[in-house]
Design a protein. Structure first.
Length: 538
């Protein structure tokens, strides 16, 4: 067809805003927009479920400094994105969801009997998107999409949602072609008065400890954080979402052992605890057992999180800019080795605690994976025991190289998110799942094969929901509803045309390294029960 329709306006708008790749899955009400993809320059990556497409958009966005469009249909298709959008919201990932809607004649909360009709679909997404809008005319499309794009990348970043009724996407339009948008990149600098007060608190403190979260990575603030820590001679721990925000082997690095109460006590003992880029939520506060005894300075782009879980001097601002301004303001302290010795002593207590437990298999598995995975490879982890280990023990070699579903805690994240990341980077990506989580994304082996994505998928097969088994055994003495029948994952992968291999703890390093050498998509299956470490209680 030669006439421009509403779908063309969607594609033109996204292109002018700077989109390069889009993710999604077509549906009857969205065909106008999908038809327009044939006439535009956007690259489309199609997935087998909308949940996976949304996780893939999340993974892509974590690799690229841009908003990522997600195109889906209405009703069931739209609702399937909810778990992934919840993760993107919790982790501040800028995904722009564009869904279809029933025809405009059916909007308004009635019951007209349209296929996929919901009384108020937009209201459903208000809980998982920071901005929602339903377009009513074609002329509203460019500005509506641009507003959602801008909202998605405004700190705190997060998913947004635009709905386009079927008739608008299909209808011929007279709206002129989109030629560009004059949108400035949103910033959120700290107020000078709170920076001065924070600097005064830091300058007067004897022991400063920093807890760095995912906001440091999202803002590109790793260098600014390191400079600040060096000037303050302050030990730095990173949250699970902040892995890589501070060098793992730095002599001021407390690493990420947040589930160990030795580290919890180290944070609590500070004269000033500087929390940067973290909401100080359940996991980063060690399940709310962190009770700081000194002052707290809390920096986060989401002002609604400031001081909620610990009384604090709140700074609603970008993490990178705040670290930069604080580093320019605080007095530089001499490197007398005291902070370094204290840091080493805390980590020694953590290691001693591990050494008292029979965890040689678990530690060996993680060591083998780390040795086999090239240093610059992004890794994506599902909610599985090996990931729980990795939260604390994985030595991320840089910012933005370890991602997991710990924002919202849903299963099925790792593989589709890794596939999305593979669309964004030039090189391999690792996904790690348990057998239970793997079943959520098994259909995406077809996607990996069709798109030729270089993702190595490590599946740790322990015959069930391993972490839930651990929790129930600890709490009740036995586990219920955790054991699973599962397929032959190697044979199943190969039925999709994806090579697979079954490995063992002893051969894991070799088999995984070979998978990276050969290139993905590939599947490596490790049949192995793993246990969690037990934290030390003060």
């Amino acid at each position: 067809m030669t006439a421009r329709i509403g779908g063309d306006l969607v594609v033109e708008t996204l292109t002018q805003l700077g989109a390069v790749d889009v993710f999604g899955l077509p549906g009857q009400h969205a065909l106008g927009t999908f038809d327009a993809l044939n006439r535009g320059d956007l690259r489309y990556a199609g997935f087998r479920t909308e949940t996976a497409a949304a996780f893939a958009a999340d993974g892509y966005a974590r690799m690229q400094d841009r908003v990522v469009p997600l195109l889906v249909s209405t009703g069931p298709g739209a609702l399937f994105t909810l778990p992934a959008l919840q993760e993107s919201l919790a982790a501040s990932v800028p995904v722009l969801g564009i869904s279809a809607q029933i025809p405009t004649a059916g909007l308004g909360g009635g019951r007209h009997g349209y296929l996929h009709e919901l009384r108020d679909q937009r209201a459903v997404f208000a809980e998982v998107a920071k901005h929602t809008e339903t377009v009513r005319t074609a002329s509203q499309l460019p500005d509506a999409i641009a507003a959602a794009w801008q909202a998605a990348r405004t700190p705190p970043c997060g998913p947004t949602w635009v709905e386009i009724p079927q008739d608008i996407a299909f209808a011929e339009i007279s709206v002129p072609r989109i030629r560009g948008f004059d949108l400035e990149r949103p910033t959120l600098p700290p107020r000078s008065d709170v920076v001065r007060t924070a600097a005064q608190w830091l300058d007067s403190a004897d022991r400063i400890v920093i807890l760095a979260g995912g906001g440091v990575i999202r803002s590109g603030g790793a260098d600014a954080l390191r400079r600040l820590a060096d000037r303050l001679q302050a030990p730095v721990a990173t949250t699970f979402g902040g892995k890589g925000a501070f060098p793992w082997d730095h002599d001021l690095s407390l690493q990420s052992w947040l589930e160990d109460s030795h580290l919890t006590e180290a944070l609590a003992s500070a004269d000033v605890l500087l929390v940067v880029g973290s909401g100080l939520g359940e996991l980063s506060s060690t399940y709310h057992t962190l009770k700081p005894r000194g002052r707290v300075i809390h920096v986060d782009a989401d002002r609604g999180k400031l001081g909620v879980n610990a009384a604090a001097l709140g700074i609603a601002a970008d993490a990178r800019e705040t670290c930069r301004q604080l580093a320019d303001t605080v007095r530089a302290r001499p490197n007398d080795g005291v902070a370094q010795k204290w840091t080493a002593a805390v980590l020694a207590r953590v290691r001693e605690r591990l050494d008292t437990q029979d965890l040689s298999v678990e530690r060996a598995v993680l060591d083998h994976v780390r040795a086999a995975v090239p240093a610059a490879v992004p890794t994506f982890w599902d909610m599985t025991i090996l990931a729980y280990w990795a939260w604390s023990a994985w030595p991320a070699s840089g910012p933005g190289l370890m991602h997991s579903a710990q924002g919202a805690g849903g299963l099925g994240y790792a593989y589709p998110a890794a596939l999305g990341a593979a669309c964004a980077v030039d090189g391999p990506v690792l996904a790690v799942s348990g057998d239970g989580g793997a079943m959520y994304g098994i259909a995406e082996l077809a996607t990996a094969r069709q798109l030729g994505l270089d993702v190595i998928w490590l599946i740790v097969d322990d015959g069930g929901y391993g972490i839930l088994r651990e929790y129930m055994n600890d709490a009740f003495g036995s586990a219920t509803a955790t054991e699973l029948e599962r397929p032959d994952f190697v044979a199943l992968a190969e039925s999709f045309g994806v090579p697979g291999v079954e490995t063992s703890v002893e051969s894991l390093r070799t088999d995984l390294a070979e998978a990276f050498e050969l290139g993905g998509p590939r599947v490596v299956v490790l049949p192995q029960h793993l246990r969690m470490f037990a934290p030390t209680h003060i």
